[in-house]
Design a protein around this ligand. Structure first.
Ligand code: ADP
Length: 378
């Protein structure tokens, strides 16, 4: 019998699960938000992921439900589980990716290293935190943030007054998260996978570079990382994925501080931009691993297949459908670059694809990845 995986959300993460599913002999179906989305290459239903009847009807046709994003509401997820649907990751785990305050509380209980943080319910509490942390702090909306939206550096509580007003009537909680402004050397990401049976495997920790709040470049493995740093990052990933009972792929975004501590920034419970390098640079890609994990199949080897992989995002470039002249030029000039096209309409700043380059020498690989991606700029 052919196994069927249902992916809620029709974006590029669902799209990139499709070739992995084809190779595994798994059927993949997508519940997309609209017609013509990135993952519409698979059998696609269109419907509202917030509507229980819609999601339940979709779930009835598949063996396991998983996600392209973390936005399916908790009541919908819990109703599916109560009805006997296999949901991975499940609602218990997903709540910690949906709500940054719950995440901070839970990670604290697990003893994970984190920035100083607090839940603040009004401007007086926020101001007290700012005053106690050097006059500046990072305020975050607990829910609904992505790509830096919902994150604000403030030096006075009044700068977050609009956000206090916005969450005042939120039934899920009216506090904001505030964190110390971490003095970090760089940002890292630890990718890890776990199956329901408990098996866990992590990839080597990578360095991520953000531009304007959006992931721009990933270097795999993280350059100049000591063996101890690699080990500790892996241990953090393993402890969180097991401690939170996550099933599937999870990314832990980390800060490496100027004094070389690792602090957890946030979690993503799905394949993640920091793991796109695995498509061409690892024995097992994060998309294949996610499918194996949610189906409770043995996990694949997470070793890197080459010394270095560099991933560059293509933001808003001309990657729509057809192979236009710049796409062809990139293929021509950097033939070893692997170009991944999400089939999305280009808009300024929108992630429409990425480039992976794999090789022996980090400088060469970086140069070539940037050269290939540059064809899509502007
Ligand atoms: P999002 O959910 O939008 O990805 P994040 O919590 O990851 O938000 O924050 C986005 C970016 O803001 C991070 O990648 C980092 O560069 C910066 N940032 C977030 N929290 C802090 C912090 N406590 N100190 C310093 N920089 C931070």
């Amino acid at each position: 019998m052919v196994l069927r995986v249902g992916v809620v959300g029709g974006g590029q993460l669902a799209r990139m699960m499709i070739p992995a599913a084809v190779n595994l002999g798994i059927e993949i179906r997508v519940l997309a938000e609209a017609e013509g989305m990135s993952a519409a290459l698979a059998a696609t239903a269109v419907g509202d992921y917030r509507d229980l009847a819609t999601v339940a009807a979709f779930a009835a046709e598949v063996d396991v439900v998983t996600f392209d994003h973390e936005h399916v509401p908790q009541p919908v997820l819990r109703a599916l589980v109560d009805a006997g649907v296999r949901v991975h990751p499940g609602p218990e785990a997903l709540q910690f990716a949906q709500d940054k305050l719950r995440m901070r509380e839970r990670l604290q209980a697990l003893g994970m290293p984190q920035p100083e943080w607090a839940a603040v319910s009004d401007e007086a509490q926020l101001q007290a935190f700012i005053d106690a942390n050097g006059g500046r702090a990072v305020v975050k909306t607990p829910r609904g943030g992505y790509d830096g939206k919902g994150v604000r550096l403030v030096s006075s509580a009044a700068e977050a007054s609009d956000w206090f007003a916005a969450v005042a009537d939120d039934p899920a909680g009216s506090a904001l998260l505030v964190e110390e402004l971490v003095d970090f050397r760089r940002e890292l990401a630890q990718l890890v996978a776990r199956r329901p049976g408990g098996e866990v495997r992590h990839w080597p920790v990578v360095e991520t570079v953000q531009k304007g709040g959006v992931c721009a470049e990933v270097f795999a493995p993280a350059p100049n990382a000591t063996a101890r740093l690699v080990e500790v990052a892996g241990e953090i990933g393993d402890a969180i994925v097991s401690g939170l009972g996550v099933t599937g792929v999870m990314a832990v975004e980390l800060f490496q501080t100027v004094d070389d501590r690792l602090l957890v920034n946030e979690l993503a419970m799905r394949p993640h931009n920091s793991g796109h390098w695995t498509q061409d640079g690892s024995v097992t890609s994060q998309f294949e691993q996610h499918l194996r994990a949610v189906l409770d199949l043995p996990l694949g080897d997470t070793a890197a297949g080459a010394p270095w992989t560099v991933m560059m995002n293509i933001l808003g470039g001309p990657l729509e459908g057809t192979l236009d002249a710049r796409y062809v030029a990139a293929m021509q000039e950097v033939p070893h670059a692997k170009i991944h096209n999400y089939g999305k309409d280009p808009r300024p700043g929108r992630k429409v694809g990425h480039v992976n380059v794999v090789g022996e020498n980090l400088d060469d690989v970086t140069f070539d990845a940037r050269a290939a991606a540059a064809y899509f700029e502007g």
